[in-house]
Design a protein around this ligand. Structure first.
Ligand code: NDP
Length: 310
């Protein structure tokens, strides 16, 4: 009997994922029937993205796991009909993409690249940036993505502090945790990168009180989730000069409405939720690995802790 795997995502993603998934299943020696339409009671696994049309998991009574194509699970974790184990996406391609996006934007601010890129006006601006070793970077969130980005930046010579919920030890990164560690993580940094999941505990984490603790002229980079930041508080901090620049990839409403003040603000860079994407070939390997584990009775990788929400 083949293993029935239901693919539930935006219809155009089927074209992108069908071949890599089938190849990955074959590579693992799994006999899989992968389809977008399978009678619910026959479904063994669901490959899932929240922008598909599945909202009710109740009929999938024999489903052994829901395997998310997304790293962020805030939309599905609150679904009361989901009783099956939920695994999120941790994918080499997604991680590498995030390293490149974060490093690029950190370097833009560190080197003040805009001065020359946007200033080709005949004026000889002999600004010399400090070395990376003199620019303190903080990463809020030391998970799969935050750790990889922090280590890449540390590799370039930046002193990197990371902050997480639980205590950690990561080579090359000064690790802080819990509420006590947060003030220290915020108050000594020139560039702060948000790579936290959106949960009840992280929503509006960057509010007026926390912004006030930051260094004057700090640069904020948010590829995490929009609601991590109180937008009104950030706009105020940008206007007073407390925050020197904000590079934002994620927003409360996406696409960001055309009349949102972020678009016109001279100290804000908007990117359209493109910091990193799940890459089909590498993600398919992760999905196949998890299905193989499920079939062998081994614990699933990257399981979401439903009580913590990530
Ligand atoms: P992980 O779950 O691996 O890591 C989350 C990190 O956040 C962990 O270190 C965790 O701490 C920490 N954390 C969670 N809650 C708290 C809290 N209350 N206080 C302090 N630290 C906390 O996630 P990933 O690294 O894989 O992804 C992070 C986020 O990046 C995703 O949730 C998603 O929102 C976003 N993302 C954005 C993309 C984009 O294109 N813009 C693409 C992919 C992801 P601990 O280690 O102690 O558990």
């Amino acid at each position: 009997m083949p293993i029935n795997v239901l693919f539930s995502a935006r219809p155009e993603r089927w074209e992108t994922y069908q071949e890599p998934l089938n190849k990955a299943f074959k590579g693992k020696g799994l006999d899989v029937n992968l389809a977008t339409d399978i009678p619910p009671e026959q479904v063994d696994y669901i490959v899932y993205a929240p922008n598909g049309d599945m909202n009710d998991f109740t009929p999938y009574k024999n489903c052994k796991a829901v395997l998310s194509l997304w790293a962020g699970v805030e939309k599905i974790v609150v679904n009361q009909t989901l009783t099956q184990p939920l695994a999120r996406m941790v994918d080499h391609g997604l991680t590498q993409g995030m390293i490149e996006w974060v490093t690029g934007h950190v370097l833009r601010h560190h080197l003040n690249t805009d001065l020359h890129v946007l200033g080709q006006d005949g004026e000889w601006r002999d600004y010399v940036p400090p070395l990376a070793q003199d620019r303190q970077v903080t990463i809020l969130g030391l998970g799969a993505l935050g750790t990889a980005c922090g280590q890449a930046l540390a590799g370039l010579g930046f002193p990197v502090t990371g902050w997480s919920r639980t205590a950690k030890e990561v080579e090359g990164i000064t690790c802080l945790h819990s509420n006590d560690g947060l003030s220290q993580a915020l108050n000594n940094s020139d560039i702060i990168v948000l790579l936290l999941p959106l949960t009840g505990n992280t929503e509006n984490l960057i509010n007026s009180e926390r912004l006030a603790q930051m260094k004057d002229g700090v640069c904020l980079i948010n590829p995490g989730r929009g609601p991590l930041i109180d937008d009104q508080a950030l706009l105020k901090a940008l206007d007073t000069g407390k925050v020197g620049h904000a590079t934002l990839d994620v927003f409360r409403i996406e696409p960001l409405p055309t009349d949102h003040p972020y678009w016109a603000h001279p100290k804000v860079t908007v990117t359209p939720h493109i910091a990193s994407e799940t890459r089909p070939v590498t993600a398919a390997q992760v999905i196949a690995e998890n299905i193989q584990r499920g079939e062998m009775g081994k614990p699933f990788l990257h399981l979401v802790d439903r009580t913590e929400g990530y």
